[in-house]
Design a protein around this ligand. Structure first.
Ligand code: AP5
Length: 180
């Protein structure tokens, strides 16, 4: 199974990814986690990425596409993409990469969560990009860059919307049902 998790920052993609990879035995690919690993390792890429992430902006397409390409090509089995693609250019590049290896995306799960709930969740988590100012910037970037992917994947007939509010286990059940 090849899945994309789509939703605003804080909508629960990472939380639900953990349950999905366990249930379906697929590989979790999170561009945010990959970038944070670079930050923790103190690489040149990590130092540059941290500034961009803390400003709530998107890291360049070339960097994230390179990371995804390196990982996807070595996966034997299904995968779940979390936080990628994040704009139309990334989505088109992904489609082209996957059609080249004959492994198209099966489903895109869109997490529908009101911004006020997202804001509460992120403020209580407290990651370095979880302050009011950066949360607001991430929301704006999401609306202008990422939200158009809802339409992109609807047109492909792959989008499934899941209400992302409530108990974590209940939301997982909604997703399992949507994928069955
Ligand atoms: P990334 O790591 O992808 O972060 P994000 O999209 O901002 O998403 P979050 O991790 O904040 O939220 P989430 O939807 O995963 O929710 P979570 O499960 O964690 O990206 C970070 C940065 O990296 C970007 O801003 C950008 O700079 C860069 N980047 C990454 N990918 C990129 C790309 N493709 N292109 C360019 N740049 C890229 O939940 C959030 C909180 O809510 C947690 O504390 C959780 O415990 C809690 N929670 C979750 N579900 C529930 C629930 N049901 N009830 C109560 N609390 C809940």
């Amino acid at each position: 199974m090849r899945i994309v998790l789509l939703g605003a920052p804080g909508s629960g993609k990472g939380t639900q990814a953990a349950n999905l990879v366990e249930k379906y035995g697929i590989t979790h690919l999170s561009t945010g986690d990959m970038l944070r690993a670079e930050v923790s390792a103190g690489t040149e890429l990590g130092v540059e990425a941290k500034k961009i992430m803390d400003a709530g902006q998107l890291v360049s397409d070339d960097i994230v596409l390179g990371m995804i390409k390196n990982n996807i090509e070595s996966i034997d089995g299904g995968f779940l993409l979390d936080g990628f693609p994040r704009n139309l250019n990334q989505a088109e590049a992904l489609d082209s990469l996957l059609s080249g290896i004959d492994q198209p995306i099966d489903k895109v799960i869109f997490f529908d969560v009101p911004f006020e709930i997202i804001k509460e969740r992120l403020l209580s988590r407290g990651r370095s990009d979880d302050n009011e100012e950066t949360i607001e910037k991430r929301r704006k970037v999401y609306e202008s860059e990422t939200a158009p992917l809802i339409n992109y994947y609807t047109k492909q007939g792959k989008l499934v919307t899941v209400e992302g509010v409530g108990d974590v286990t209940e939301i997982s059940q909604r997703i399992f049902k949507a994928l069955s």
